[in-house]
Write a new protein. Structure first.
Length: 342
């Protein structure tokens, strides 16, 4: 059993370690400001530990801004620059070295909007140029050859649905289409093209949907009472549940995804979906993760280092100090003693 005193600092106190590393590189920001920024970017336990470990291994990234690096590093550099840091470098493009204000990544590298664009043969004109668009078949197109479709998407999709459910309310269909991808009109256009090509996606075959928004669209149509629209079932377990995870080209439910990822835990040998992996990349199950010495915390009630059962505004509680739901319910239902007559 590893004692807390011998735990790696990136595991025991990742936020503190990151704050110190940044403070060593940046004198223009106070430690309190740095810690606020770090806490906002670092996120949960796993992410903050990975970020601390990377910065401890390569602190020079704070000054040079160069990838390869995890996305959280780039987010931290950008956030620190926005907070007023001057010695901290922004992320720089892996090709041209330009400082970036937002991240576009390929693998572990980040690029500017010019360098990240793919160059290939345009499906329309045949010239080798940067890919700016994808047409309705998913083929690449250059900036000179957009796949224009001047038809009203709501009218097109209403026509498709009308072949399945004659008399469908056009306004209900148009509103469902808008809500399926409210801030992405081009994505809605792709949805319309896919359903126009294969209307069977609306009648039970949406596990083959090329775009996740199609599933949302079907749910909205179903809620609006459009007849003939069928919510899809998971192709593996056949339950009618949310199926937005891709597996072998089909959209399946979260439970079937978990079953497909089963591995033997390196510690307890249970066969479950890994919750994380150790330093050597070996799988750890959820139970071993929460009981790992690095993850136990001091209970605010008994003062012992134990697995956290519940978190309160004052801090973590272990299972012994956390009241069970049944006892809490009994306490709430118990009659209050009558007031003593004065």
């Amino acid at each position: 059993m590893t004692a807390i005193g011998s735990l790696d600092r990136s595991v025991a106190d990742p936020i503190g370690l990151i704050t110190e590393l940044v403070a060593d590189a940046e004198s223009g920001l106070g430690s309190e400001t740095i810690q606020i920024v770090v806490t906002a970017v670092a996120g949960g336990r796993a992410k903050s530990r990975a970020l601390a470990k990377f910065l401890a291994t390569r602190p020079a990234v704070l000054a040079d801004g160069r990838s390869p690096a995890p996305r959280a590093v780039g987010d931290l550099l950008i956030a620190l620059r926005k907070a007023g840091a001057s010695a901290i470098s922004p992320p720089v493009c892996a090709d041209c070295g330009k400082g970036l204000r937002s991240l576009q990544r390929q693998g572990q590298d980040w690029y500017c909007s010019v360098c990240i664009k793919e160059t290939t043969e345009c499906a329309a004109c045949g010239n080798t140029r940067r890919v700016t668009f994808r047409d309705r078949k998913g083929l690449p197109r250059c900036s000179m050859c957009p796949d224009h479709d001047d038809r009203d998407p709501a009218t097109v999709i209403h026509t498709v649905i009308n072949t399945i459910a004659p008399g469908a309310d056009r306004d209900a269909v148009a509103e469902a289409l808008r809500l399926s991808a409210p801030h992405r009109p081009h994505y809605r256009q792709r949805l319309v093209w896919a359903l126009e090509e294969n209307p069977r996606l609306l009648t039970g075959e949406a596990h083959l949907a090329p775009h996740r928004a199609i599933l949302r669209f079907i749910d909205l149509l179903h809620e609006a009472g459009v007849a003939g629209i069928a919510r899809p079932s998971c192709p593996r377990c056949h339950r009618v549940v949310r199926i937005d995870k891709l597996l072998d080209g089909q959209r399946v439910c979260r439970n079937c995804i978990a079953k497909s990822r089963v591995e033997e835990c390196v510690r307890c040998k249970a066969r479950r979906e890994p919750a994380t992996r150790d330093d050597q990349g070996r799988p750890l199950c959820p139970n071993c993760l929460v009981n790992d010495p690095a993850n136990v915390e001091v209970c605010i009630n008994c003062g012992k280092r134990k697995r956290v059962q519940n978190r309160t505004s004052d801090g973590p509680l272990c299972s012994n100090c956390c009241p069970s739901p049944s006892s809490s319910a009994r306490s709430a239902a118990a009659p209050h003693p009558a007031p003593t007559p004065g």
